[in-house]
Design a binder for this molecule. Structure first.
Ligand code: TMP
Length: 308
């Protein structure tokens, strides 16, 4: 059909520096790049998912672990209990026949039980450190370069995850060997007692299906932290002023991470790590740019340098 012809004519599916990248509408992308560039870095923020977005999907032929997946709480009995929950709930997470509201309840149930087991099993901060040391987890090549570049430009990066903040922060410490003053982790935060033992979790649980509901809280939090800690801004509209967004995710649901922000221009980048044949169609519709096959962050570094 002529529609189909039009699509194949305008679509870019190219290999750049060894990375396969698909851009469904290159003209729209170019347009978004120039609007963001014109508005300047003070209008830009980056919102990134953690697992399989900042981190690699495959590591030496094995699946990279998630912040939940890497945790060994120092009690095989409790690790096994959490694994049982995973085996029960993970298929439900991806079951297309369960209505969303029902699925959200199931996910709340899963996160609730899992967090409770961590407390009950006596998780310590020490066990987190050890788990991260022994984990199969690695950042994509180019992540450090990306964060450095954005730090130089004073562009904040929100790492938004339904995983565990304390583990993600420990992964940053151990695997990046440095911290970035512009990077903030928004995820489920643990509360430890004086002996370094987990006692509870802070605030409302963030699970896979309410990452978007939390976007506003997240904005408030970042606003607080960045304004107060770095003194980048005196008035109370730090995040609201950052109306341009570069969003990085590996699931279509990750697009909801920017829902709480009234953004002007958003460029969304999707990492399609797996199941390319079945998912490419929907990913290229949903994301402005799609990277295939667990590729590096180098393309995003280039994109960021075009934005500011
Ligand atoms: P996210 O990292 O994409 O935000 O999603 C978190 C993932 O963590 C989700 O796919 C389910 C998984 N998970 C576990 O592996 N173990 C758990 O105990 C829980 C609560 C979630």
């Amino acid at each position: 059909s002529s529609d189909h012809q039009k699509e194949t004519q305008t679509m870019e599916h190219v290999v750049v520096d060894g990375s396969e990248v698909v851009v469904k509408d290159p003209q729209s992308l170019r347009h978004k790049i120039s609007s963001i560039r014109l508005a300047g870095p003070e209008k830009l923020q980056v919102i990134a998912d953690f697992d399989a977005t900042l981190t690699k999907y495959w590591i030496d032929g094995r699946r990279g672990q998630s912040s939940h997946g890497l945790l060994r709480q120092g009690s095989p009995e409790y690790d096994e209990k959490r694994q049982k929950l995973y085996e029960y709930y993970h298929p439900l997470e991806f079951d297309p026949t369960i209505p969303l509201d029902q699925k959200a309840k199931l996910m709340e149930e899963w996160w609730g039980k899992s967090h409770a087991l961590l407390v009950e099993g006596g998780l310590t901060y020490d066990a987190i450190k050890k788990s991260v040391t022994n984990s199969t987890i690695a950042f994509r090549e180019g992540v450090v370069e990306l964060f450095k570049f954005l730090e130089e430009k004073d562009v904040p990066v929100l790492v938004f995850s339904a995983g565990l903040a304390d583990i993600i922060e420990e992964v940053f410490r151990q695997k990046l060997h440095r911290s970035f003053k512009n990077v903030r982790v928004v995820s489920n935060q643990m509360i430890f007692d004086q002996n370094g033992q987990l006692v509870s979790f802070k605030g409302k649980t963030i699970h896979v299906l309410n990452k978007n509901e939390h976007a506003l809280d997240m904005a408030a939090l970042v606003h607080d932290r960045i304004d107060n800690v770095n003194g980048l801004n005196e008035d109370n509209s730090f995040v609201k002023k950052r109306t341009n967004v570069l969003l990085l995710g590996d699931h279509i649901g990750d697009l909801g991470m920017s829902d709480g922000l009234n953004y002007e221009t958003r460029i969304s980048v999707g990492f399609l790590n797996d199941n390319v044949e079945n998912s490419l169609e929907s990913y290229q519709k949903a994301f402005d740019v799609v990277y295939l096959n667990d590729t590096s962050m180098q393309g995003v570094v280039k994109l960021a340098s075009q934005l500011c």
